[in-house]
Design a protein. Structure first.
Length: 188
């Protein structure tokens, strides 16, 4: 084995060991929902403060906002969309699998998200870290009139959330649960 092959083997071994440790750390954070989202909030506030004090990188901020909105919509949407199933039924093509009940007499089927909570957090955190790193490169600080971007984002947010809420009301699903019902002991 020559020196280059040995160095490549060592690099691959270090890379695999790093990946295993990183994945073990990610797996250990999975049950800690509140601390993970607090850490994401701190990262997002750090990014916003960087944008406000630097007075730039509005395109990066806009891109992050659009990406987070897209993730949020995927988080709110069911994995098996009743609208798509309705279209397939009308065309005579039905797919087997769980779905949300659309009528009062149908059986209950649980809400399964298109984007699970952990993947939502992980993708949002990665995007925020990448956005923070992008603010250190001046070539990404493109001159734009930021009030127009802000108004466009607000308009886009309102219209997409209106459509999502209408979809939720039409197919009668609520993507948030309050947890397991608690029963108390009765004094008999």
């Amino acid at each position: 084995m020559n020196m280059e092959e040995n160095g490549e083997v060592n690099l691959n071994a270090y890379q695999a060991a790093f990946h295993r440790k990183y994945q073990a750390w990610l797996d250990s954070t999975t049950p800690h929902v509140t601390p993970r989202w607090i850490a994401f909030g701190v990262l997002l506030i750090t990014f916003m403060l960087r944008i406000i004090f630097a007075q730039g990188w509005y395109i990066v901020c806009y891109g992050l906002g659009i990406y987070l909105l897209n993730l949020f919509l995927a988080f709110l949407t069911p994995k098996f969309d009743p609208a798509l199933e309705e279209e397939l039924e009308m065309e005579g093509q039905t797919e087997e699998g769980p779905s949300l009940p659309t009528k009062a007499d149908e059986e209950f089927r649980p809400f399964i998200r298109r984007l699970p909570e952990f993947k939502f957090w992980y993708s949002a955190t990665k995007a925020t870290v990448i956005s923070i790193v992008c603010t250190f490169f001046t070539f990404l600080d493109l001159p734009v009139f930021w009030p127009i971007l802000l108004m466009y984002f607000i308009l886009l947010f309102v219209l997409t959330m209106k459509r999502q809420i209408q979809h939720m009301l039409r197919y009668r699903y609520l993507p948030f649960t309050t947890g397991k019902k608690q029963y108390t002991k009765s004094n008999k």
